[in-house]
Design a protein around this ligand. Structure first.
Ligand code: ATP
Ligand code: HSE
Length: 312
């Protein structure tokens, strides 16, 4: 249950006076989600999602909320933040930063079909194109330097074979540079649980709180590694091919991106292998996360190392 911060109707009704959204009709906690507190808020003007941020600080929010606003304005399917009478997207509620965004129809899918993978690829490419005119910048806090340092802190907890495999991958990635590939705004966490689907149509990408400026191809690799991954951990070639075809129908890869793709798939898997190891071995005190299995991404890195077909 992800309502960590409880808000009562009176407190919310008072906070809503800062918006032009009419009167509060209903407030309902959302069970899904791990990091933040989320509520469905219905007012006389419509339905919204209230997020109360449990980790991010008020001054860290403008990048993410302005990005969502920019993307929504460009037709990328994602929630649009609502501005208050002071023209801000976020302010304090119950002592924590909070915002309202439009409520999207749809829900996340566990076992996507090919049409859904294609739609994700197309929309991700649209995001990358629309991001080109977003003026703010954010470096990727979970890039190569982060995973090298993080790996070093988790080796002591790992058995010898797994640590050797991780060390080899960090070393391999260190010897590859992606500086020459196209960069821009990336979602950086476009997993199945961060996309609301309405049948085969994308209702919206959500959870932009890892978004940053990085190599576009990296974002595609993150999406393929999750959307095309079967329950047994192997990649479904048809789903991968379809997502990539959807993406490239909007933004075809450059020759350098095609060449970099096999290594990028491994880099994207390494990023989540490392973060899951960190959550497992060094959970942050008071951090509201539950641990996801790092082995899934270890196996994926190891499978990518030996494959010869990369679905392009
Ligand atoms: N704009 C929206 N419209 C409709 N439903 C939404 C919207 N945003 C979030 N939700 C619902 O709330 C749930 C939780 O949201 P989300 O996954 O962003 O939680 P979080 O705790 O902020 O992030 P995370 O779980 O990644 O840590 C989603 O699974 C979805 O069902
Ligand atoms: N999508 C991530 C968690 C949030 O970063 C994972 O599955 O490890």
């Amino acid at each position: 249950m992800s309502v960590y911060t409880t808000v009562d109707n009176d407190t919310l009704a008072q906070w809503l006076e800062r918006y032009a959204l009419g009167e509060l009709v209903e407030l309902k906690g959302i069970a899904a989600g791990i990091t933040n507190t989320n509520y469905f808020v219905t007012t006389t003007h419509g339905r919204y999602v209230l997020t109360i941020f449990e980790v991010l600080k008020l001054d860290e929010l403008p990048y993410y909320l302005e990005l969502m606003s920019h993307l929504a304005r460009h037709g990328v399917a994602c929630p649009a933040p609502i501005a208050d009478h002071t023209d801000n997207f976020a302010s304090l509620l119950a002592g924590k930063p909070a915002c309202l965004v439009t409520c999207l129809p749809g829900s996340d899918v566990e076992a996507p079909n090919a049409a859904q993978c294609r739609a994700v690829g197309e929309m991700q490419a649209q995001l990358h194109l629309a991001g080109a005119t977003f003026p703010r910048k954010m470096h990727n806090p979970r890039g190569p330097r982060w995973w090298s340092q993080t790996a070093a802190t988790v080796y002591p907890y790992m058995n010898e074979a797994d640590a050797a495999s991780l060390r080899a991958e960090v070393h391999f990635q260190d010897s590859h540079r992606f500086d020459h590939l196209p960069t821009g705004v990336v979602h950086a966490d476009l997993f199945k649980d961060n996309v609301l689907m309405n049948g085969d149509t994308i209702a919206g990408f959500i959870d932009f709180y890892y978004a940053c400026n990085d190599v576009l191809l990296y974002d595609v690799a993150i999406a393929v590694n999750d959307w095309a991954r079967r329950p047994d951990g192997e990649i479904d070639g048809e789903l991968a091919r379809t997502l990539l075809a959807g993406y490239q129908s909007i933004r075809p890869f450059e020759a350098e991106e095609q060449r970099g793709w096999p290594v990028m798939l491994r880099a994207a898997a390494l990023r989540f292998w490392t973060s899951r190891l960190l959550d497992l071995y060094q959970p942050q005190e008071g951090e509201l996360t539950y641990t996801k299995d790092p082995k899934v991404f270890q196996r994926l890195v190891e499978a990518h190392r030996v494959r010869s077909d990369f679905w392009l």
